[in-house]
Design a protein around this ligand. Structure first.
Ligand SMILES: *Cc1c(COP(=O)(O)O)cnc(C)c1O
Length: 472
């Protein structure tokens, strides 16, 4: 009996492995994957067919479990297939799946807008964010915010304000407009001839601080650079766009919130709008609901997406002040914001977002994350002494490890060594998803990650670094 059971298990394992292999082959014959040199599949870069997810785990068709330490590209908040969000989406799907938002309205879109405005960053004495415009993914949200900023000045008769200021090493998405304000050569270079030239201000990134310079001093220095840039282009700039507190795609680089206060002051002084791209930082990632809160001030326009739906469905929102909204009111259509996406404000996505916000309230998520963030700090601290770790940094629920050859700032690994990729493969083999950004490894786990999973994460990260550098 025992033996037969064992045989059945082996057979099941074999069938699972075959099933995974079959999905892999079918995939590679028809799919073109995002952000991937397809030639690397599957030899250099594993391709893992996922059958289902539960909590912080992704489960492969081969039955293997993978800890999702990067929240599936920073989207997932409370774990995969979270039952409360799943139920909300299912209920909404049985009632109304989609209706165009021009000329029509629906309950989830209205309720969600009310709640987003309610939790948005604010500053006493400043008019709050008061209107919500929906889009259906992060880049589309950024495009809408950029067009709104330009159009706002246009409507006020300031036709010369046609330029955007963005930060060095920033990232705002991959569509042409969003790419124009991004500064990551890997994504930008090929398309440079197509892009609208933005003005790039120095990044306040604390990693770039000179020896002895504090993060706050670095922030002041970068703000001085921004001030000089704005002075060189009077009346030409419509908006500054930035990722508050944390430049994610740029390598999880962090800055002092002081920079955001300075940016706010400079935008006010130069009559420039401030766009906060909270697409990755929003919904608790950096410890507060939105990263901008940490500066005690607010933007004029704020983009959210990714975690907005708890990681269930694509949706984005641009929050704007009443003043911006009002400048579009007129008898003529040209003054109106004639921008739309077919799925603007999709009811299913809005229902997922509402269920996600309910969880923030019912589970006291931001407060509970403080405890998890302390565990992340304790588990990541020993890495600072590692021979190949030049920096360990943290912003709330995000931790990053900067890997270099000698563990200092001046000795990056040669790009050809592909240390990040090697670490990724080593971690994946051990059942942890640690997708790197170049030679930066990071933890951005779903908030439901438990103590055992955290321990596995730390242990695997160490093993992955050691294995990656051993064969370099
Ligand atoms: C991911 C991201 C975007 C783009 O969002 P998509 O939904 O991938 O288009 C924009 N800005 C930031 C800061 C992001 O991290």
């Amino acid at each position: 009996m025992q033996e037969r059971l064992h045989e059945a298990e082996i057979l099941a394992d074999r069938t699972a492995a075959e099933s995974a292999e079959s999905w892999r082959q079918r995939d590679l014959s028809v799919l073109w994957h995002p952000c991937t040199q397809m030639r690397e599949h599957p030899g250099t870069l594993p391709l893992v067919p996922i059958s289902h997810g539960r909590g912080a785990w992704l489960v492969g068709h081969d039955g293997r479990h993978y800890l999702d330490a990067v929240s599936s590209w920073w989207t997932n908040l409370f774990g995969h297939a979270e039952p409360r969000i799943a139920a909300a989406v299912a209920a909404q799907a049985g009632r109304l799946e989609q209706v165009m938002l021009a000329g029509f309205s629906h309950e989830p879109a209205v309720r969600l807008a009310e709640r987003l405005l309610d939790i948005a960053p604010r500053e006493p004495g400043r008019a709050p964010l008061a209107k919500v415009f929906y889009a259906d993914n992060g880049s589309a949200g950024v495009e809408a915010a950029l067009k709104m900023a330009f159009h706002w000045f246009h409507n006020r008769g300031e036709h010369g304000r046609t330029r955007f200021v963005a930060l060095e090493n920033g990232y705002h998405g991959e569509t042409i407009g969003a790419l124009s304000v991004g500064d990551i050569p890997l994504y930008r270079q090929v398309y440079a001839p197509l892009l609208k030239e933005a003005l790039f201000a120095p990044s306040p990134d604390a990693w770039l601080a000179e020896p002895g310079q504090s993060p706050a001093e670095r922030a002041e220095q970068a703000a001085a650079g921004l001030a000089a840039l704005l002075e060189r282009h009077p009346g030409e700039v419509c908006a500054l766009i930035l990722e508050p507190r944390l430049q994610c795609a740029g390598g999880m680089r962090m800055h002092d919130p002081l920079y955001l206060r300075r940016a706010r002051e400079l935008c006010d002084a130069h009559g420039v709008l401030l766009i906060a791209d909270e697409i990755a930082t929003g919904f608790g990632r950096t410890g507060t609901m939105f990263a901008f809160e940490q500066a005690g001030t607010m933007p004029d326009l704020m983009c959210v997406s990714k975690g907005l739906t708890g990681g269930f469905l694509p949706l984005a929102a641009v929050l704007a002040t009443q003043d911006i909204y009002d400048a579009f009111l007129d008898d003529s259509r040209e003054r109106a914001f004639l921008h739309s996406h077919s799925y603007t404000g999709n009811p299913l996505a809005c229902a997922a977002a509402l269920a996600s916000l309910d969880i923030f309230a019912s589970d006291d998520v931001i407060e509970r994350n403080r405890v998890t963030a302390q565990s992340l700090r304790a588990l990541s601290a020993p890495f600072a002494d590692h021979r190949h770790v030049a920096d360990v940094r943290q912003a709330g629920m995000v931790v990053a490890f900067e890997l270099t050859r000698d563990g200092d700032r001046s000795t990056p690994f040669p790009a050809g060594a592909r240390i990040g990729l090697r670490a990724y493969r080593a971690a994946l083999q051990r059942g942890v998803v640690l997708r790197p950004l170049g030679d930066v490894l990071y933890w951005m786990p779903p908030y439901c990650i438990d103590a055992d999973q955290l321990a596995l994460l730390a242990e695997t990260t160490l093993a992955a670094i050691d294995e990656a550098v051993a064969c370099a």
